[in-house]
Design a protein around this ligand. Structure first.
Ligand SMILES: Cc1cc2nc3c(=O)[nH]c(=O)nc-3n(C[C@H](O)[C@H](O)[C@H](O)COP(=O)(O)OP(=O)(O)OC[C@H]3O[C@@H](n4cnc5c(N)ncnc54)[C@H](O)[C@@H]3O)c2cc1C
Length: 723
C-alpha cells in the first residue's frame, strides 16, 4: 500500500521566510531520496529542499515566491511500502555530486554612498564559530590570516570544510589578529574559539559571533585573489587636507580617475547603475595601458608573428610560400587601426551612457576635490561625492640605463616598432619581455633574453615553460638565466651592457655584449604616489599601491581604488572585474570580491596559461594534491596542426577530487584556460569535467582527458595500472 510522505523544509539554520525561487519537480514525477524538490533563495544563500524519501510527487504545496521556514510543507509524496518520514535532519541538502548551498555575492555591510568606517573593536575580541546549522566537528582546512594581520569586520578568518559544504568563519569586528586558536585539521563546532583579536578603538568589543556565514560550494580556495597590500602594509593614513572652499567647475556624484580597463569599466558601470559620472583621463585616447600600449597592440603584433611562423612551416604539409616581406609601416598602421577602433568605441560608449569625459591630469586636493590640469596648463576644480581611483601603473625604468637614448626602450617604445633592430637585447624574461621577444624574433631580429631568476616566466610552473624555452632555442633566441644587467653604456656602435650572475660570487653566463636596441621589461610600478592621495587622507604603501578591502574601498570610505594601483597581478581582466565591483558597491549594491582565481596568460608561441594553484605553490604549501597531465602528442587535433609540444595539466585536491588549479602550454592555451577557471569556481570534480562531453577533434578535449587521467578512466592514452 502506498504511504503518504510530507516533505518539509529542513533545519536551515538562522534562515526564515525564505522565498521559493524554483520548483524542481512536477506532480507525477518519481523522485529519489535526497533529490532536490524546490530551491529557496535568501539574500545570503541558495538552498535546495531535498526529498526525505523516494516516491512519486502527489502534491506540490508551495509556489514560486512563497516564503517558507523550517517545517513548512513543500511536497507530498506517495511512497511504496515506506514509513512516512519527517523532515530530514541535515541543513545542507546533499547529493554527492552537486554542492547545493551556494554563497551569494553578499557584502558584509551596506554600501551607502558615504558610509562610515568599518566598525573597530576596542578590547580583545574572541571570534567564535557562528551558528553553522547542523554541521558539527567540521575540520579547519585553511587559516586565512596570520598573527599581526589587520582584519575588517566580516573578513573570513578560517575556512571549514564538511563533506557537504565549505564555510568561512567571519570576523565579528575589525581589529588586529592577536592569537589564532585553531590549526589546520582541527575539528570545530558552533561556539568554538577561533581567533582572538586586538581591538583598534572605536566600538565596544564584539559580543557574539556574527549570525550566519553562508556556506560556499567550492573547495579550499585555489588562491587568495584579493591578495594586494593591506592597510597594515602601508604607513598610517595621512591627515586629509581641508576642502578648498572654492566654487567647483565640475560637480558629480562619481568621478573615476584614469580610463584604463579598470577605469572605463567602473565609469560605464557606475553610469549604468544610475550614478552621474565623470571620467578623467590625461591622454586624448581612452583605454589606458591595455588598449593603447599593452594587451591590444601587443596581441595585434603577435598575430603577425604567428602568421609568419605558420607560413614558414607550411612546407611541412606541402604548401610552400616565399620568404615574407615585412612592410613595417603597414604593420604599424594595422596595429594602430586595431587600437583606434577599440579606443574610439570607448569614446562612443561613454557618450551613449552620458559619462562626462574630462581630459587632463587629475590630482586630489582634498577628500572630495580633484584639480584637473589640461594640456594647455589650465586647471579645473572637480567636486565629487564618491571616487574610484584607477590610475594604473607604468613600466619600471631601471635607473642605470640611458633612457634619453631612443635605442633603450620600455614596452611602450618597443610597441611603436620604430625599426627591426638586427640585434635586440631583452632584459627581463617575464610575460611582456617574452611576448616582445616573440614579435621581434619573427620580424627578423636576433634576440637575446636575460632573466634574473632561474627560469623564464617566473610564476608559471617550470614544466609549462619548457616547451616554450625549447621552441625559442630552436628559433635561435639566446636565453641567459640567473643573469643581471649591471652596467650600460650608449655607444655609437650600439648599447653595450655588462652582466653579473644573480648568484653572488659566480661568473655570469654572459659577461657583456653590444646590441642595436635594448628592451627593458622588468615589471611595472603603481601610480599611487603620483596623484596626491595624501590630500584625500588615502593610505598608500611605500611602493605606491593603495590598499583596499574586499569591496575595493580604501581607508576613506567614499573613495575606492581598482586595477594595477591596488596590487598584483597587474592584469586587465582583474582591473575590469574590480571596476564593476567598485561601481556597484558605490551605488549601494551588497557585493564583495568572491572570485576564487584570476587566470594568467602569456601570448607567446606556444602560449602558456595557468589558473589557481600551481604545482610549485602546492608543493611549497604542502597541499595534498593530485596532478594529471594530458600530452598533446596524443591529441588528434594537435597532431593535425603539427603542434604536439603542448600539454594540459590539472591539479586536484586529493581530499575532494575537486580541481583547484591547472595549466596549459600550447597554441590557443589562453582560450582553453577558461574551462579550468570555470571548473574551479564551480567546485567541479574530476568526474564532472570528464563527464562533460567535449567536441572532437578539439584542443579542448585535452582538459577532459587530463581529468580522465586523474580518474584513471582515460582511453586515449595507455597508463599501466599501479601494482
Ligand atoms: C606590453 C603590455 C602587454 C600587456 N598585455 C596584457 C594582456 O595580454 N592581458 C592582460 O590582462 N594584461 C596585460 N597587460 C597589463 C594591463 O595592460 C594592465 O594590467 C591594465 O592596463 C591595468 O588597467 P588599469 O585600469 O588598472 O590601469 P591602466 O591601464 O594603467 O590605466 C590607467 C589610466 O589612468 C591614467 N592616469 C594615470 N594617472 C592619471 C592622472 N593623474 N590623471 C588622469 N589620468 C591618469 C593613465 O593615463 C591611464 O590611461 C599588459 C601590459 C603591457 C605593458
Amino acid at each position: 500500500m502506498a504511504n503518504t510522505i510530507e516533505v518539509k523544509v529542513p533545519d536551515i539554520g538562522d534562515f526564515s521566510d525564505v522565498p521559493v525561487i524554483e520548483i524542481l519537480v512536477s506532480v507525477g514525477d518519481t523522485v529519489t531520496k535526497e533529490q532536490g524538490l524546490a530551491t529557496l533563495e535568501s539574500d545570503k544563500a541558495t538552498l535546495e529542499v531535498p526529498s526525505s524519501a523516494a516516491g512519486v510527487v502527489k502534491e506540490i504545496k508551495v509556489k514560486l515566491g512563497d516564503k517558507v521556514s523550517e517545517g513548512s510543507l513543500v511536497v507530498v509524496l506517495e511512497a511504496e511500502g515506506q514509513a512516512a518520514a519527517e523532515a530530514p535532519k541535515a541543513a545542507a541538502p546533499a547529493q554527492a555530486e552537486t554542492p547545493k548551498v551556494e554563497q551569494k555575492a553578499e557584502a558584509p555591510k551596506a554600501a551607502a554612498p558615504a558610509p562610515s568606517q568599518p566598525a573597530a573593536a576596542s578590547g580583545p575580541v574572541e571570534v567564535k564559530v557562528p551558528d553553522i546549522g547542523d554541521f558539527s566537528d567540521v575540520p579547519v582546512i585553511e587559516i586565512l590570516v596570520s598573527v599581526g594581520d589587520t582584519v575588517s569586520k566580516e573578513q573570513g578568518l578560517v575556512t571549514l570544510e564538511s563533506d557537504k559544504a565549505t564555510l568561512e568563519v567571519p570576523s565579528s569586528a575589525a581589529g588586529k589578529v592577536k592569537e589564532i586558536k585553531v590549526k589546520i585539521g582541527d575539528k570545530v563546532n558552533q561556539g568554538d574559539l577561533v581567533v582572538v583579536l586586538e581591538g583598534e578603538g572605536g566600538q565596544a568589543s564584539a559580543e557574539a559571533a556574527p549570525s550566519a556565514s553562508a556556506p560556499t560550494p567550492a573547495p579550499a580556495p585555489a588562491q587568495t585573489p584579493r591578495s594586494g597590500p593591506s592597510a597594515a602594509d602601508a604607513p598610517p593614513a595621512p591627515k586629509a587636507a581641508a576642502g578648498t572652499g572654492k566654487p567647483a567647475d565640475i560637480e558629480c556624484r562619481m568621478v573615476v580617475l584614469g580610463s584604463g580597463p579598470g577605469g572605463y569599466t567602473a565609469a560605464f558601470r557606475a553610469a549604468d547603475v544610475g550614478l552621474d559620472t565623470v571620467l578623467i583621463e590625461r591622454y586624448a585616447s581612452l583605454g589606458g595601458v591595455c588598449l593603447n600600449v599593452g594587451c591590444i597592440p601587443s596581441k595585434a603584433l603577435l598575430h603577425s608573428a604567428a602568421v609568419i611562423d605558420e607560413v614558414a612551416h607550411a612546407g611541412d604539409f606541402g604548401v610552400d610560400f616565399g620568404k615574407p616581406k615585412i612592410n613595417l609601416d603597414k604593420l604599424r598602421e594595422y596595429k594602430e587601426k586595431v587600437v583606434g577602433s577599440l579606443t574610439k568605441g570607448l569614446s562612443g560608449m561613454a557618450k551613449q551612457r552620458k559619462v562626462r569625459v574630462v581630459q587632463g591630469t587629475g590630482v586630489f586636493v582634498s577628500p572630495n576635490e580633484i584639480e584637473i590640469t589640461g594640456e594647455d596648463g589650465k586647471t579645473q576644480l572637480l567636486r565629487f561625492e564618491q571616487c574610484i581611483i584607477a590610475a594604473g601603473s607604468q613600466a619600471v625604468k631601471l635607473p642605470n640605463f640611458p633612457w634619453d637614448d631612443k635605442r633603450v626602450m620600455d614596452s611602450t617604445d618597443a610597441l611603436e616598432l620604430a625599426e627591426v633592430p638586427k640585434k635586440l637585447l631583452v632584459v627581463g624574461g617575464g610575460i611582456i619581455g617574452l611576448e616582445m621577444a616573440t614579435v621581434y624574433r619573427a620580424l627578423g631580429s636576433e634576440v637575446t633574453v636575460v632573466e634574473f631568476m632561474d627560469q623564464l616566466m617566473p610564476g608559471a610552473d617550470k614544466d609549462l615553460v619548457k616547451p616554450l624555452a625549447d621552441r625559442l632555442k630552436k628559433q635561435g633566441v639566446i636565453v641567459h638565466l640567473k643573469t643581471k644587467a649591471s652596467g650600460v653604456t650608449a655607444e655609437k656602435k650600439g648599447i653595450t651592457v655588462t652582466f653579473e650572475s644573480a648568484t653572488e660570487g659566480q661568473k655570469p653566463e654572459l659577461e657583456s655584449g653590444t646590441w642595436d636596441r635594448v628592451l627593458v621589461a622588468v615589471g611595472r610600478s603603481p601610480n599611487g604616489k603620483k596623484i596626491g592621495v595624501d590630500k584625500a587622507g588615502v593610505q598608500v604603501t611605500d611602493r605606491g599601491f593603495i590598499p583596499v578591502d574586499t569591496q575595493m574601498r580604501t581607508n576613506v570610505p567614499h573613495i575606492f581604488a581598482i586595477g594595477d594601483i591596488v596590487g598584483n597581478p597587474m592584469l586587465a581582466h582583474k582591473a575590469t572585474h574590480e571596476g564593476k565591483l567598485a561601481a556597484e558597491v558605490a551605488a549601494g549594491e551588497k557585493k564583495e570580491w568572491v572570485a576564487r582565481v584570476i587566470p594568467s596568460v602569456a601570448y607567446t608561441d606556444p602560449e602558456i596559461a595557468w589558473v589557481g594553484v600551481t604545482e610549485t605553490e602546492a608543493k611549497a604549501k604542502g597541499l595534498k594534491v593530485g596532478v594529471a597531465k594530458f600530452p598533446w602528442a596524443a591529441s588528434g587535433r594537435a597532431i593535425g596542426i603539427g603542434r604536439t609540444e603542448g600539454f594540459t595539466k590539472l591539479i586536484f585536491d586529493e581530499a575532494t577530487h575537486r580541481v583547484i588549479g591547472g595549466g596549459i602550454v600550447g597554441v590557443h592555451a589562453g582560450d582553453l584556460l577558461a574551462e579550468i577557471g570555470l571548473a574551479i569556481e564551480m567546485g567541479a570534480e574530476a568526474e564532472d569535467i570528464g563527464h562533460t562531453i567535449h567536441a572532437h577533434p578539439t584542443l579542448s578535449e585535452s582538459v577532459a582527458m587530463a581529468a580522465e587521467v586523474y580518474d584513471g578512466t582515460i582511453t586515449d592514452l595507455y597508463i599501466p595500472k599501479k601494482k
